[in-house]
Design a protein around this ligand. Sequence first.
Ligand SMILES: C[S@@+](CC[C@H](N)C(=O)[O-])C[C@H]1O[C@@H](n2cnc3c(N)ncnc32)[C@H](O)[C@@H]1O
Length: 402
Amino acid sequence: MNEQNNERIAAVITGANERGILKRFVLSSPRSKTGDVKKAELRPVTVRGEKLIQMTEYRRDGKAVTSNMPESEAADIAAVRLGGEFRQLDVITTAGSCTALVSSKGKLHISDSISATGGGIADIGGNDSEKNHILDGSEPFLRLLGVSDADGRVIDRRRAKFRQINRFLELVRDIEDKLPKAPQPLYILDLCCGKSYLTFAVYYYFSAILRRSVRMTGVDLKPDVIAYCSGCASSLGWDGLDFVCGDILRFEPERDPDLVVSLHACDIATDITLACAVKRGAKVILSTPCCQHEMANQLECEDLSFITSKPLLRHKMTDAFTDALRLSRLECENYVCEALELVDPEETPKNVMLRCVRRSAPMAREKREALYAEYRRVCDWLHVTPYLDVLLCDYATVRLRD
Ligand SMILES: C[S@@+](CC[C@H](N)C(=O)[O-])C[C@H]1O[C@@H](n2cnc3c(N)ncnc32)[C@H](O)[C@@H]1O
């Protein structure tokens, strides 16, 4: 690439950074299939008050190497590397993105959709911002789970997980006042806990940070992960935390839980989680669904055929319908429900968090019946039978007859 093109590329990055809208810029599509670096991701960070650009190079041997550089150098480095090692650069901002492609003959093509105005101030990463997180990486359980190293530094390839855990804890902090007040003990479930990063984090938050008395149980089908998590809990000496191997459909909590959390319970496992929480009167439910298939296979609605005939859009739409109907169904059970974003949507598509808080006062029978009738009307229109409704059917029928 010639000098003029380098300047054009550097100007896009510098301009976005100066406006405060720059989220990150990514070099990809390496020219050589055998070169050391597959991809390089650069993002603004603040370290000890200084604004820098942090570059993470993802190497072919699986390692991720991070280094920091002054803002003034980063744009030029990216432009030069785009002309040399890489064919593609994506500049991602809060006001749109810009993609620069370099052909094998060195011709530059830029597709720029960054709007000249608007776009919010981007979140800046780095040590300073991590200081504001609930966890800073030095917590022993994060070391034990391999999220941070022996010095308490978050391992580069675990940064997304670390951000996800912290964000989840922020959402837990937001609903803290809906739970029984201290000194009452809390009972918390993590259904479909898997390797249980979240279970450990939530337990730590209530027991070590808030100094609450907590009993917490993680449940999962996989014996190996349950054995691993039980071993971790005992080596941390966390005797209020236990793990049960089994199907959440048959799981019997020891008492009605105060809080039920669930992160990425696959497909209808999210419905089982929600039904278990509702039937046992959980005060708060925080659930992030994952890989929904049920409704995509059922939905038939002539009015929506202009979307349902396009497989990709059909899937996106049924994802939204599934979660919206879940929330509507829980509203019939006297919960105040919202859908929130868990982390930056660019980090993962599995990003919708369902937050449901049970009302303290019972709902009037007529109101409940009207909500349920409206829910059924939408299900009939879509020609779907949500598993959550099936699971709550006896429960609802009995209660609606009261
Ligand atoms: C995608 S993983 C998520 C694990 C964990 N919550 C996380 O976010 O790291 C889904 C987990 O759900 C578990 N699972 C799926 N259906 C289940 C069921 N009916 N009962 C118990 N566990 C289930 C799987 O074994 C798996 O560990």
